[in-house]
Design a protein around this ligand. Structure first.
Ligand code: WTA
Length: 651
């Protein structure tokens, strides 16, 4: 039966890498890590300059780190191409026949691309994009399932200086519209659908609905994946395969020389207020950061088969399915479909089939699979695995132990990697051959990274005292901007503590300097590892015709970590019924996406507000959780609201 996620299993043991693992690792001991770390902090420019020499540059940079008033610049004066580093460079180094991408479709079909095959497809698609008159700096929105064309489209953009903005296939039409309009995308790459748990996700339909309100989009290129019936709009929509097979489309395309700080991609993510923000990453610094972190954290070797189960629609997929692995010349596996489709052993079958050596997933997936019992992984051969990883939220010790014992057979180190869309790559993590692991802790900073835990007044916290997690020095992979919104960038990330990056998480540091992440301090909810903003979910609830006001808060969930609890006030005269409840939930699914559906919805005549009319979410969180630790509620305009809501809370 389901393991209790909230159970307080304590795990005090420390897990050290085996001698065998350490002996073969890039970084072999804690001492070695400490030495590298010290040097990286004493002279970060020297450290990153040395690392940057591993990349291919058309022209070397003049200055490693510069800064201007509101953001940092890395490797200015340098000319580089990210796609070239991911493909051409590996081919030049003799990897033309090495498999770059293994793709497993939900129905079990397989496709592989060697580095030279991938380069050919990418070059062709770059030429297609050029033929549609796209120029350096134009935005391309990619809305695709986990199919190889997604990798091809993003690398093709990078090759010719187009800025890609990928929208996760789990988002629906209204979320798409907001994201497309915010970056004024000119072209969309999508598909007739995607397979998920045996069903077809109607991606093209979502695009058609979204595009009713997106004047900037001139072209839609559609990949045929499901062979289902869709409508194609004349002069706007065309098929991917038709475009790729036009005689004038050459299969070579020169990678253009990009400035180090030219934009590479925009990825929308949730914040405290309002609409999602377009996190902007640039060329050289991002590439270097994902290159180096991938190399050391996943301890990559030439014969590894690496599998990250994330979707490329999130940052984890950008950095650790595509850019990090490919720039290292690794073999990266992409899986299209559902976690337990058709059976709960799907992941373990894939590990067995391709002899996966490095496996990177989210705690929510581990908890979901653990629930089905040990018999599923035990029936498969997982002996190829040598390293495991987690990302997206803290891992509870019970799930950690299961992952370690049953999946890793007590042999494989687990890297618990802390980072964010904004950080580009992993910042706090074990190095698997070096760092003794404490289950539940992301352990120590990656070289070059200076995290700290601060109090409200900016002073350092004591050992084990919780506070704001910040990063005190710039690093190459950090975001450079919130797209077209410099004020929001400054306020969100540098507004609280001067010259210090505010992560938005709380954390504590233990006596050994290990970091323990305690959760978000803002209105971000992590549902099954997916980062959602309360503001965005609320705006989709309020857009329902019966709703006057809404507030959503996180509640603990055994599998997903967190789930969404919604308090909804209806317009005057509208009756609260179960059908209406269902209708509002479906409205959110249709407009924002299934991932944003509230799992509980409580109708409320009134919400707890301050006298100035601000909803007090902290009170709602307590009501929803049933913990009733309200603290001071004297500032509420009408404290009696709390009791009324408590009585009708949905358990
Ligand atoms: C959370 C995902 C604990 C954290 C890469 C962060 C984690 C947010 C961990 C970013 C971890 C990520 N332990 N919490 N190992 N990794 N988080 O932007 O709250 O989707 O701020 O990036 O996920 O989510 P995002």
């Amino acid at each position: 039966m389901p393991e209790d996620f909230t159970s307080v299993l304590k795990e005090k043991r420390i897990f050290k890498p085996s001698k065998e693992f350490s002996g073969n690792a890039h970084i072999k001991s804690l001492q070695e890590y400490k030495k590298i770390y010290k040097k990286s902090i004493e002279n970060p420019e020297k450290f990153w300059a040395e690392k940057a020499d591993q990349l291919h540059w058309f022209k070397k940079w003049k200055k490693v780190l510069g800064s201007n008033k509101d953001f940092f610049k890395w490797f200015e004066g340098g000319k580089i191409n990210v796609c070239y580093n991911c493909l051409d460079k590996n081919i030049a180094e003799g990897k033309e026949n090495k498999v770059a991408i293994i793709w497993e479709a939900e129905d079990g079909q397989t496709k592989t691309y060697t580095y030279s095959e991938l380069l050919q497809e990418v070059s062709k698609f770059s030429n297609v994009l050029k033929a549609h008159n796209l120029k350096k700096g134009d935005r391309v929105c990619i809305y695709l399932p986990m199919i190889p064309e997604l990798a091809i489209a993003m690398l093709a953009c990078a090759r010719i200086g187009l800025i890609h903005s990928i929208v996760f296939g789990g988002f629906s039409s209204e979320s798409l519209k907001d994201r497309i309009n915010d970056c004024n995308a000119k072209l969309i790459v999508t598909s007739d659908g995607g397979f998920r748990n045996g069903k077809i996700i109607p991606l093209k339909e979502n695009i058609d609905r979204a595009l009713k309100g997106c004047p900037s989009v001139k072209k839609v290129i559609v990949v045929k994946r499901c062979k289902n019936k869709i409508s194609m709009k004349k002069n706007r929509d065309c098929w991917f395969h038709d475009e790729m097979s036009k005689p004038k489309i050459d299969d070579t395309c020169k990678a253009i020389e990009m400035d180090s700080e030219d934009p590479l991609f925009i990825l929308y993510t949730s914040g405290t207020t309002g609409k999602p923000k377009g996190v902007l990453h640039t060329q050289a610094g991002y590439l270097l950061y994902v290159y180096q972190t991938f190399k050391w954290i996943f301890d990559i070797r030439d014969d590894d088969i690496y599998w990250c189960t994330a979707d490329i629609g999130w940052i984890t997929g950008h950095s650790y399915i595509i850019y990090g692995p490919l720039s290292n010349g690794a073999t990266s596996l992409m899986y299209e479909g559902g976690l337990t489709y058709p059976h709960p052993d799907r992941f373990w079958r894939i590990v067995e089939k391709y002899k996966v050596t490095i496996f990177y997933t989210a705690p929510t997936a581990i908890r979901a699979l653990m629930r089905y019992g040990d018999k599923w992984p035990k029936a498969r051969s997982l002996k190829s695995l040598r390293l495991l990883g987690t990302v997206g939220e803290s891992i509870n010790p019970k799930a950690w132990m299961w992952y370690y014992n049953i999946i890793g057979n007590k042999r494989c180190p687990i890297v618990d990697t802390w980072w964010q869309t904004e950080t580009g790559g992993i910042l706090i993590t074990p190095l698997p051959g070096a760092t003794p692991i404490k289950p539940g802790s992301a352990t120590l900073p990656f070289p070059g990274i200076v995290p700290e835990v601060l109090r409200e007044n900016g002073s350092k916290t004591n050992v084990d005292e919780g506070g704001y997690l910040v990063i005190k020095k710039p690093w190459p992979g950090m975001l450079r901007a919130v797209w077209h919104n410099p004020k929001r960038y400054e306020k969100t990330y540098f507004g609280k503590f001067k010259n210090t990056y505010l992560a938005g998480d709380s954390a504590r540091k233990d006596k050994d300097g290990y970091f323990w992440i305690m959760g978000r301090i803002d209105d971000v909810i992590k549902v099954a590892g997916h980062r959602l903003g309360t503001a965005e979910v609320e705006s989709h609830i309020v857009s329902h015709k019966a709703v006057a006001e809404a507030a959503v808060v996180p509640i603990p969930d055994k599998i997903k970590g967190q789930a969404i609890y919604a308090f909804v006030t209806l317009k005057k005269g509208i009756k609260a019924t179960d059908n209406l409840k269902k209708d509002i939930i479906m409205h959110v699914a249709d407009n924002m996406g299934h991932i944003a559906k509230p799992s509980k919805l409580q109708f409320a005549d009134d919400l707890p507000k301050t006298r100035s009319g601000k909803i007090m979410r902290r009170v709602l969180k307590e009501i929803a959780k049933g913990t009733k630790e309200y603290g001071n509620i004297a500032t509420l305009a009408d404290p009696s609201v709390v009791k009324i809501l408590e009585k009708r809370v949905i358990k």
